[in-house]
Design a protein around this ligand. Structure first.
Ligand code: GLY
Length: 346
């Protein structure tokens, strides 16, 4: 058994009449183990969850990083590298859909529970791994967020090499999009905003998170979404739990979405209930109706319970721990569908 594979028992939840069983997932996704006459929740740590099916490879990588002796921050960073480096992913990192001027502008953030620290970057160009620059902001500066040219200059000063993020395929698509829009007022493409948000829990019950995206396809230059905004695209509260968002950032950031999910957990909601309640609260306040909000949340609490919910059918999320990895269906609050596979929608 690898050293990092630490199982921790989150306390007895009472007696059961079901007889002996091992690792039966309950509705929230955590394992139950029969020990004598008591049923106990068992968490295999480290545990990671992430948005979308593409998050599975990132979660699996994060587990490996810890198993090889890396820290949880290394795991979040290097897990997210996998998705950022995937050129076939049109919504995160290289190969991401550019802005209306044909430039790929990336947003990312990272947050650590034990010291409640955070770093983020917005509108960052020419950097393959914005999550790493977010980490550098957190660790090497007195600030939380750097954007645009300043963020890029900081990255270069830290030794990051510039990378052209606009692939030939995305350039061709952007040129076709530009032609269609006419010179006056190009419409922005509302269909492309599938972020990776990733949350992790270690064997000591500490929480971590990260987020990375190229944002809304063909967005206005300079547009920053929810993903690098602490409390919107990501929030980690080491006393309670962590949450992350994907979908239309404008509908998350006007409501401090991830902070709201964590606060729901603080009030006693399970992670799935917290995501549902946050979506419901946003839908109550927001002038857009539920089916048009296009927002989704994932959540993980300090006990290793995780869940997700979104406005529409079809949002999936991923999990991995040393024992297993899988893609799970999130709870949907409307009948509207977001498409068969979610991420990388064209
Ligand atoms: N959720 C990512 C964005 O809207 O930019």
């Amino acid at each position: 058994m690898p050293v990092s594979r630490r199982r921790f028992i989150q306390g007895s939840t009472g007696l059961t009449a079901m007889g002996a069983f091992h690792f039966l997932p309950n509705r929230e996704g955590f394992a139950m183990e029969q020990t004598g006459r008591a049923t106990q929740r068992v968490v295999d740590a480290p545990l990671f969850i992430a948005t979308w099916p593409f998050g599975k490879a990132s979660c699996e990588q994060a587990v490996k990083v810890v198993q090889r002796g890396g820290s949880m921050v290394d795991a979040i960073e290097q897990g997210i590298w996998v998705t950022e480096a995937d050129v076939s992913n049109a919504s995160v990192g290289i190969g991401g859909i550019p802005n209306a001027d044909g430039q790929v502008e990336l947003d990312a953030c990272i947050m650590t529970g034990p010291d409640h620290n955070a770093g983020s970057v917005g509108g960052l160009q020419d950097v393959l791994h914005p999550i790493s620059v977010a980490r550098l902001v957190m660790e090497k500066t007195p600030h939380v967020m750097l954007v645009g040219e300043g963020a890029k200059q900081f990255a270069m000063e830290q030794g990051v090499s510039p990378t052209d993020l606009l692939t030939a395929d995305q350039k061709k698509r952007w040129e076709a999009w530009k032609k269609q829009q006419g010179a006056e007022k190009p419409e922005i493409d509302e269909d492309h905003h599938d972020t990776i948000a990733m949350l992790g829990l270690d064997a000591q019950g500490n929480l971590y998170g990260g987020c990375s995206t190229s944002g809304w396809g063909y967005k206005m230059p300079g547009r920053i979404g929810d993903s690098p905004i602490i409390g919107s695209g990501l929030y980690v509260d080491n006393q309670v739990g962590a949450a992350g968002a994907t979908g239309l950032g404008e509908n998350v950031m006007r409501h401090c979405g991830s902070f709201l999910v964590v606060e729901m957990m603080r009030q006693g909601a399970t992670p799935t209930e917290a995501c549902e309640q946050a979506v419901g609260r946003i839908a109550e306040l927001d002038p857009k109706n539920l089916g048009n909000l296009d927002i989704n949340f994932i959540a993980l609490n300090k006990q290793g319970v995780y869940g997700a919910a979104g406005t529409s059918q079809g949002f999936k999320y991923s999990m991995a721990d040393p024992r297993q990895s899988q893609v799970l269906e999130a709870k949907a609050l409307s009948e509207k569908s977001i498409g068969p596979e979610g991420g990388n929608r064209k």
